[in-house]
Design a binder for this molecule. Structure first.
Ligand code: 13P
Ligand code: SF4
Length: 300
């Protein structure tokens, strides 16, 4: 453990804080985190903790979701410009326009959205529970699924549901093609190909499984296979290696890196715990509506 990591742990204890980290963040952060997980696991933890201070090592929409679920805690995002380009592909005005065009549809927001956007939808989902959430909607209802067209299509194909497409995607996962998978299979014959459901439908069809990051970690743990091709942000690979000695992992594309997910450093966590930077604020009227959408998801 480095000196700066030790300092972060001391401050965490002094402040009665917990640190939540997403599976994609820099390798120096899981060592000081109380939980390293996918978006669903981070939300569940946030809904159950009594911590006074919660530091979120991830991107802004994650910190906002934590604030919705733990409104009395000081929720800190150590790097204020860690955002998600996909979350910026939808806002409340766009949702209201779509709702007016499809007045009978249910509006469902992937958790990768701002709190302001969440305040305009009926329910949220994550990549880990999207199928369950869509299945909970009566089958005669159309669904406006935002902002990820790929996740929306993947779920609608799997469940045979009518999903109204949105123009948005994760620029990182959208880069992965079926051809890249075929090339990787030639280089590593027999390896299991895992991709994230934010990948395009034809990419998902060419892979063996499409899973959230948390589900990938579980899948590898429980699998008898020894070799895996990993089609998601590269930050998950050190954790896969650490937790699965004797298994081999190949990134599907070495440059599959989300720059925003890599912005937070241990130094910034220390600064954040010292100075409360940046404390997330969600206006009350937005928070109450957005929380309803998140709670409907967590209740399932
Ligand atoms: P999950 O970890 O929930 O699968 O999400 C992936 C992601 O892109 C988060 O930004
Ligand atoms: Fe957003 Fe994609 Fe980065 Fe996740 S990996 S934070 S969805 S840009």
């Amino acid at each position: 453990m480095t000196e700066i990591q030790k300092r972060a742990l001391e401050l965490k204890q002094e402040r009665g804080a917990i640190i939540l980290a997403h599976n994609y963040v820099d390798e120096s952060l899981p060592g000081i985190a109380d939980l390293c997980g996918d978006s669903l696991e981070l939300s569940m933890k946030a809904s159950k903790t009594n911590a006074k201070v919660i530091v979120v090592c991830g991107v802004r929409f994650m910190a906002e979701t934590v604030k919705l679920l733990s409104p009395d805690a000081t929720v800190l995002l150590p790097c204020s410009d860690a955002g998600c380009p996909m979350a910026d592909m939808a806002d409340g005005t766009m949702v209201e326009k779509a709702r007016s065009e499809h007045p009978d549809a249910i509006a469902m927001a992937y958790v990768n959205t701002t709190a302001e956007t969440k305040a305009h939808v009926d329910i949220c989902c994550t990549s880990g529970n999207a199928e369950r959430v869509v299945s909970s909607i009566p089958s005669d209802k159309k669904i406006i699924f935002l902002p990820d067209a790929n996740l929306g299509s993947n779920v609608s194909h799997k469940l045979g549901r009518n999903v109204i497409p949105w123009k948005g995607c994760c620029p990182i996962h959208d880069k992965v093609t079926a051809e890249m998978i075929e090339n990787n299979r030639r280089m590593h014959p027999g390896a299991v190909v895992m991709v994230h459901p934010e990948c395009r439908p034809e990419t998902v069809a060419a892979a063996d499984v499409a899973l959230s990051t948390g589900a990938m970690l579980k899948f590898v743990r429980e699998s008898n296979a020894k070799e895996f091709i990993v089609g998601t942000e590269s930050g998950i690979i050190p954790r896969l290696i650490r937790e699965n000695p004797g298994k081999t992992f190949h990134p599907l594309l070495p440059e599959l890196v989300c720059a925003d997910m890599k912005k937070i450093t241990v130094e910034q966590v220390v600064e954040s715990l010292r100075n409360d930077t940046e404390a997330i604020v969600v206006p009350d009227d937005v928070a109450s509506k957005a929380l309803e959408s998140v709670r409907r998801m967590l209740a399932l």
